[in-house]
Design a protein around this ligand. Structure first.
Ligand code: PRX
Length: 651
């Protein structure tokens, strides 16, 4: 295992207690939830499950823990879409706005809970009409339009598990995920708007199906951008045609608490992404709990906005399932923060009176770069809580968020969690916790984290590896189709503990500082990308013989991908070839996985036993001093790599 990829910065001594007026109105402002959970965490989660959710059948067993397999609320039955929609409508909140949606060209839709429920029932009937049954899997490859949560919720209504594939991923990525999950259906759109143009999606699905995903029988296509895509007779269907025929009578089926809710594929340390499995009762309990307490949600008055993409877990838990379970009004938007203007987010905050904003450090660093004048164009005083997620936030970005967005008066919640954890795990509670810029502070009530050293001994002060020492309700239930990999990846490194793959540090006051991944996973703009996956895509190019990939530091994106490649004999190193190889990765995996720099080298630094010295390659990428190179098979390689790296920096 290598050392944490991100440097331990000087520990901050600035502290920010919850503002008194905030604490006075907060959903929780003292230690009582922590005390309750510490006394009996199962009873604590059982109380949350019963209070926050509506069950068709109550549970008897809170937790059945057969390490590493957890079952929460086992005998309980509930339906996710009924918890997100029906019960609010039945409680007389049908006219409450569920989403204020904004398309990139400026089109706007406001959809109420009652309207959303009707659409969900109709689409659930469409799914049934296409032969989908409880237990089946459906792939979703869509832009940020309302049909996306509608499709997800319709799946949950009839017990079909969805597998949302981020719209920036490639045809190959769709193929891999559809084959692995044996998805019967793909739901997509012709395209989605992004930076002023229609970014095609349906043609990518066609390419995927040409490559081959034999389980896929049908494709449903939303006509978002009117790009007139090719439609294959018998296989492809327009969303609007199917919906025009669909009945809006579709009772929600009670599901077992452990019914598979969704798969979400994420990068691991091998080339094959893992299908992370989340189930129904425990997942919904923890996302509802964290959404309520971490964001201090007041469902009757708040306008909540998580500005992520539903293609990632943040969007699943904090755009769809948490907010709807809690019955609040959310904002959802299509496109990017810089189109039509660099003040897009602040314009939206002002117009809707957004009360909570949840975004990523990489976005905050971008806003810093664009300058405070963009934020000053708008009144941001409606904001009450600011959240961040996805990567460690550097104190400078934290302070900028605090000053320029929060007017120095709003609590910031830096939330650490993962696709695998399903919901927030380590974060301040805004009415309780005195924050420190750059620290995610403490595990939430009912979650127990421990740092351990290389030998698995618990570390109570200083650096270590982050583990979670007790099961939690929204934990992954496994890796789809690969029980062994589940045990191996998360439960074999430290006995009895979940190994998160992150390095962290505990300071003298018991605050946790997350330091980044300690495995071969990179974090680029808050997105997880596996070095091995990018290496495989590089060597897939006919001119590449061998490749090594590392994440170097990047001011804006946190980490950036550096690919070192050795060419197949007979190929001349050139800028053009480097660019072509880079593009090739973009085509194979999707643009987010395209290396920032491809460095063509005559050889790679290896230890005497033949292992590539990634640490050295990271040093080169970071432009740091090369340190001790004597374990190299051929020390001259290092100088060559360093000089090639310097050349490509200048380009
Ligand atoms: O390294 C941690 C980082 O993102 C990883 C999880 O990535 P993913 O599964 O894509 O989920 C991202 C959104 C939940 C973690 O292993 N990470 C996430 N949040 C933080 C973080 N690192 C530091 N601080 C955070 N707040």
């Amino acid at each position: 295992m290598s050392e944490p990829a991100i440097e331990v910065y000087e520990v901050e001594d600035r502290t920010f207690p919850p503002p008194a007026d905030f604490a006075a109105q907060a959903n929780t402002a003292d230690q009582s939830l922590y005390d309750e959970a510490n006394a009996d965490y199962e009873a604590f989660w059982a109380r949350q499950a019963r209070e926050l959710l509506t069950w068709d059948r109550d549970f008897e067993t809170v937790l059945d823990w057969q390490l590493p397999f957890a079952k929460w609320f086992e005998e309980g039955q509930l339906n996710v879409s009924a918890n997100c929609l029906d019960r609010h409508v039945e409680a007389g909140k049908g006219d409450k706005v569920a989403y204020h949606w904004e398309g990139e060209p400026g089109d706007k839709i406001t959809i109420t809970y009652a309207e959303l429920l009707t659409e969900v029932k109709k689409f659930a009937n469409v799914l049934k009409g296409l032969g989908l049954e409880k237990g089946d899997r459906v792939a979703i490859y869509m832009p940020m339009i309302l049909e996306l949560p509608i499709a997800m919720l319709a799946c949950t209504r009839i017990g079909v598990a969805h597998s949302v594939i981020f719209g920036g991923f490639s045809a190959d990525a769709i193929v891999d995920r559809c084959i692995d999950a044996e998805a019967k259906l793909i739901i997509t759109a012709d395209a989605g708007y992004r930076r002023g143009a229609a970014a095609a999606l349906k043609p990518t699905v066609d390419q995927a199906l040409d490559i081959g995903a034999p389980s896929v029988e049908n494709v449903v296509v939303v006509d978002r951008c009117k790009t007139d895509p090719a439609m294959t007779d018998g296989r492809d269907h327009w969303w609007h045609d199917l919906m025009a025929e669909a009945s809006d009578d579709c009772p929600a089926e009670p599901m077992d608490a452990e019914q598979l809710l969704y798969l979400l594929y994420t990068s691991g340390t091998t080339a094959k992404p893992k299908g992370i499995m989340h189930t129904t009762g425990g997942y919904l309990t923890q996302v509802a709990f964290t959404h309520k307490y971490v964001f201090d949600l007041k469902p009757d008055t708040d306008i909540y906005w998580c500005a992520a993409d539903i293609g990632w877990v943040t969007g699943h838990s904090y755009i769809v399932y948490g907010p709807l379970t809690n019955g609040c009004t959310s904002v959802m938007y299509e496109g990017t923060p810089d189109t039509p203007g660099k003040d897009r987010l602040w314009d939206i905050v002002e117009r809707y009176g957004v009360t909570q904003l949840y975004t990523a450090p990489t976005a905050i660093r971008m806003f810093m770069k664009w300058g405070a004048q963009e934020t000053q164009k708008h009144d941001l005083t409606s904001l009450r809580v600011l959240g961040t997620v996805g990567e460690p936030i550097n104190p400078e970005a934290w302070m900028w968020y605090h000053e320029h967005i929060g007017g120095e008066a709003r609590p910031i919640v830096d939330t650490w969690w993962q696709t695998e954890t399903g919901g927030n795990m380590i974060t301040p509670l805004p009415g309780v916790t005195t924050t420190k810029p750059g620290s995610a502070c403490h595990p939430i009530p009912g979650v127990f984290a421990e740092l351990v050293d290389d030998n698995g001994n618990v570390v109570t002060n200083g650096g270590g590896y982050l583990t979670i020492s007790k099961p939690w309700p929204s934990m992954l239930r496994g890796i789809w189709g690969d029980e062994e990999r589940y045990r191996e990846t998360y439960w074999s490194t430290y006995e009895g503990k979940y190994f998160a793959g992150d390095g962290a540090k505990l300071d003298d006051d018991g605050y946790l500082w997350l330091l980044g991944r300690v495995d071969d996973v990179m974090n680029v703009s808050g997105h997880r990308i596996s070095t091995t996956e990018v290496e495989s895509a590089l060597v897939d190019h006919p001119a590449v013989a061998e490749a090594a990939v590392v994440g170097g530091n990047d001011e804006l994106t946190g980490q950036a991908i550096f690919g070192y490649v050795i060419l197949v004999g007979g190929n001349e190193a050139s800028q053009e070839l480097g660019d072509e190889i880079r593009e090739h990765v973009g085509v194979k995996l999707g643009k987010i996985a395209r290396p920032k720099t491809v460095i063509i080298v005559p050889d790679l630094p290896k230890t005497r036993s033949g292992k590539i010295m990634r640490r050295l390659l990271r040093d080169v990428a970071d432009g740091r001093s090369l340190g001790d190179t004597t374990t190299l098979a051929d020390p001259s390689v290092v100088a060559e790599i360093a000089s090639r790296a310097a050349e490509s920096d200048e380009d």
